[in-house]
Design a protein around this ligand. Structure first.
Ligand SMILES: *Cc1c(COP(=O)(O)O)cnc(C)c1O
Length: 354
């Protein structure tokens, strides 16, 4: 893939690293590539970050044919720039694309595009502890047509956003609302795909949970509303009687890269990791009998998010003593250590951007 580079002449002012927050500021450049039926992906380019001009009839605005990804670049203490398992994001992009009838992108082109845009804007990668450069690749359908059909043209874009430490004062356990009214996805639907429609469907429950003082929603399966699926933008893990348990991938759960990494790390430590169905009744039972030792979410943004409280209907369950559990803490330290280049990368997950 040949990438044309047009550098900006108006460099933006970089934000204060101590108050970055998430997803609010964007870097000087963006990666763009077009798809046209018959030609394939073409005109890969890096251009100054700018607004898009799209026809109001562009299909993405009407039927939601779009996908996105999320990963991060880190500046190691050695000054080198690292990505974490970007090949997995490339693979997941194509799994999502297949479901949304968006054309496949060669995995090596995806990774090359991510590396190229991060390299150009590498001075934007923050260096304060816990900070990183969030990378948001996405694809939108651009045909100017109101008929319902897969688009024949697309834009693949990558934007970058310096993001702050997720936890400003250590790993804070969160309260989670187990949603028993709305559902996020069903088998045969697109729950496993990283696409905006899943999030659009989730907002109403998120608002409800926030209004009640809970930070995230835990979804149950869409048919029986009995089995645990995942949290807002995270997968979920439980430590029950010394075993690590997480819902199996069934088509309605997003296959998280952090989820996969946590499973591999836990197995390397000798834990039994079970990927299976877990009912909300089993969870309540385990909590009542003192067997529910830890609960944590996993995702690129927070890496590990300990859960201190779970609410289901009229039941409020406190997990352990409400503080972060030892396995959650050790997983966080191990995985972020690999990402930041301070720990031994025995899995070969850290990829340098040269
Ligand atoms: C992205 C995402 C996750 C987490 O995936 P990671 O690859 O670990 O960041 C979990 N659930 C949903 C719905 C997601 O969109």
């Amino acid at each position: 893939m040949e990438i044309k580079i047009q550098k900006t002449t108006e460099f933006k002012q970089k934000p204060d690293q101590k108050h970055l927050g998430f997803g609010k500021v964007f870097t000087d450049h963006m990666f763009v590539m077009n798809y046209t039926e018959g030609t394939g992906w073409h005109d890969a380019r890096i251009v100054p970050y700018s607004k898009l001009e799209l026809d109001p009839a562009a299909m993405v605005f009407h039927y939601g044919q779009e996908m996105f990804e999320g990963l991060k670049a880190y500046k190691g203490s050695d000054g080198k720039v690292y990505l974490f398992r970007p090949d997995m994001n490339a693979k997941r992009t194509n799994a999502t694309n297949k479901r949304l009838v968006i054309p496949q992108i060669p995995e090596s082109d995806f990774v090359e595009a991510v590396k190229a845009i991060v390299d150009i804007d590498r001075d934007w990668i923050p260096t304060e502890p816990g900070t990183s450069l969030y990378i948001r690749p996405f694809i939108i359908a651009t045909d100017e047509f109101l008929g319902v059909a897969p688009s024949k043209t697309y834009l693949f874009i990558i934007i970058l956003s310096p993001s702050g430490a997720y936890y400003e004062s250590g790993l804070e356990p969160v309260g989670i609302w187990i949603e028993d009214e709305y559902v996020r996805a069903v088998r045969g639907g697109m729950g496993f795909a990283k696409t905006g429609g899943n999030y659009a469907a989730s907002l109403i429950a998120q608002v409800k949970a926030h209004d009640d003082g809970y930070s995230q929603v835990l979804w149950l399966d869409g048919v029986e509303r009995r089995y645990i699926e995942e949290v807002g933008a995270m997968n979920i893990f439980f430590k029950i009687s010394g075993k690590i348990v997480t819902p199996m991938l069934n088509g309605s759960i997003l296959p998280g890269i952090t989820r996969d990494s946590v499973i591999q790390v836990c197995r390397s430590w000798g834990y039994d990791v079970e990927e299976r169905r877990i009912s909300v009744d089993e969870l309540i039972e385990a909590q009542k009998s003192g067997k529910l030792e830890e609960v944590f979410g996993t995702g690129t943004a927070a890496v590990i998010s300990p859960v201190g409280k779970l609410r289901y209907k009229d039941d409020v369950m406190t997990i352990g003593d409400g503080n972060i559990g030892p396995v959650s803490q050790k997983l966080y330290d191990t995985i972020t250590g690999i990402q930041w280049g301070t720990a031994d990368d025995k899995f070969g997950w850290r990829i340098e951007v040269k």
